[in-house]
Design a protein around this ligand. Sequence first.
Ligand code: HMG
Length: 449
Amino acid sequence: MTAVGIDAIEIWTGKLKLDLAETFAPAQGDDPGKYTKGLGLHASSFPDVYEDIVTMGANAAYRLMDRKGLEPDDIGRIDVATESSFDNSKPVSTYIAGCLEQVFDDDFHHANKGERKFACISGTQSVDDAYNWIRAGRNRDRAAIVIATDTALYARDDPGEATQGAGAVAMLIDEEPAIVELSTEQGYGSADETDFLKPNQQFPSVDGKRSVKVYLARMREALDDFATVSGSIHPDDYHMIPFHTPFPGMVRKAAALGYRHIVRGTDVEDVLAEEIGHQPVRETFDSEEAFNDAIREYTDALTETERYRDWYNQAIEPTLEISRHVGNWYTGSVHLARASGLKVAMEQDIDLAGEKLLVASYGSGAQAEVHAETIVPGWEDEIAALDIDDQIQRRYDLSFEEYEEIHDVHNHAMDAHVEEDAEELTPPEAEFAFDGWGRMGERKYRYVE
Ligand code: HMG
């Protein structure tokens, strides 16, 4: 069977930066450690006044096509995953195709375009759609572009404010991929939940503490479901585990729960037992509360063991590096985690060809999905083409007053003049930029040389 998977990746970060320790924490009267140590975040990316989900997505897609020497005729499908859409009918992918048609000689009229919604997990669902389309033989030798693009903004003073972010990840899904081969091994954990939602509103209604619990519960179900397809899961089977990363502290919790869950009843648990005892068993406790206390105690001890730390430093830590500096990108977040892990491995000269990734996606509302991927030879050449470190470095560092203004500029409930009067903080150069409103309320874009 021909391999199908991710052939190329491009990342575009919002061009502004909010430093959480230096700028946000003092303005909130908080200890910077809450953000840098507790949440594990140093900064968030924000869009400049001329940036939005379309410009960031189009910029990432254009760079991807340009670098791979692709023309519109090579692309049969453009899927956008976002939870920041501004139109209930016209998909963002049509705007992005319109942008790309400004810079290519040909058009995308032949390409199927869509928009996927299921909170943060829709980026992964779009990759799945593209995979299935190619596997079904409907692609006529064409590749798919999947773009996960979001401006993950919260209402001012919401507890989620520190986890904001903005950026896009574009992925080329094709046969004989150059980065990872996807597989049919998948597991799901899905339930009707009200932890994070946007009922016809721009900023989310969030029950933050509950959302953390729901993330963990669905992830556990997804792991169980995955095991029914893959057989037993052993931590050594996967070189890295990129998780959906709303903030690295969330992944710290998910990794501990996941590890504890998959080593239960294995040789690893037996070895660990010599140091910290066996995992608590529900039937041996009188109450749920006592069992939960024992589980918490065991997990704390587990995360202090050398064996766990070694595993965490290899499988998890590298996947968090980019996220620490850009915040939550919703649909793009897990794909950023994969790119981050591969980038760190490339910098450390680790040979990953043939190694497996276990990718753990999540979307509020809520659904977790776990799937296996295999890294293919030559992956490091593709990852070396990423310039995300330079982009992160080049961002304009916002003062708190400028942050407040930028938040207003991107707040749809503000008067239009806030957006019109706003001054850009970085000059647009060789990129798509927002160019005002059309007669039917549509957004317009132009390519700035
Ligand atoms: P909070 O309640 O303000 O923060 O917001 P906190 O008081 O819980 O502190 C956070 C952590 O920092 C805690 O660590 C503190 O102990 C620690 P933990 O106990 O959890 O391990 N801390 C410190 N550490 C060191 N030095 C200090 C210090 N102070 C405190 N001085 C909350 C946290 C997650 C609720 C908030 O950020 C929030 O509401 N975020 C938005 C929702 C979210 O991201 N949920 C994550 C799961 S749901 C998800 O991932 C889906 C999502 O991406 C959306 C989608 O799918 O579309 C959000």
